[in-house]
Design a protein. Structure first.
Length: 131
């Protein structure tokens, strides 16, 4: 489907540190209060206990990062985050008490997010990142 392919290509993951696991609606309410356009966010999921993966429209990523980083809190966007990098995995994932390899953890998380959504952009974007 060329339209879906274009939409997936026009989306990007932004990783935010400092948001604890909670329902998406709570995060979206907080983001809305900060002035973030929540309609530009396709999905919110977690990598470990304090790293949030946000799939949003690619052209909105910079604005999202600017708003999050200037919110004067302990929440910040992590630049060049790679959830499969061993040091990141040990720091973020293992502290969440997951005893899986980085690849297995990412595949399970991505598969869960992909099947638990009604949004084909989200499902396809997660499918693309699975190694």
């Amino acid at each position: 489907n060329p339209i879906l392919r274009e939409q997936v290509a026009g989306s990007k993951f932004v990783y935010v540190q400092g948001i604890t696991i909670q329902p998406d609606r709570n995060i979206k309410e907080t983001f809305d209060k900060l002035g973030i356009d929540v309609s530009s966010i396709y999905d919110i999921s977690f990598i470990g206990k304090t790293v949030c993966s946000i799939l949003c429209k690619a052209d909105y990523c910079m604005m999202l990062a600017n708003i999050v980083n200037r919110s004067n809190s302990s929440v910040r966007v992590i630049e060049d985050f790679d959830p499969l990098k061993p040091a990141v995995f040990r720091q973020e994932i293992l502290q969440a008490e997951h005893h899986k390899s980085p690849v297995e953890f990412l595949i399970r998380s991505a598969a869960f997010s992909a099947v638990s959504t009604n949004n084909m952009i989200v499902a396809t974007a997660f499918h693309v990142i699975i190694p």
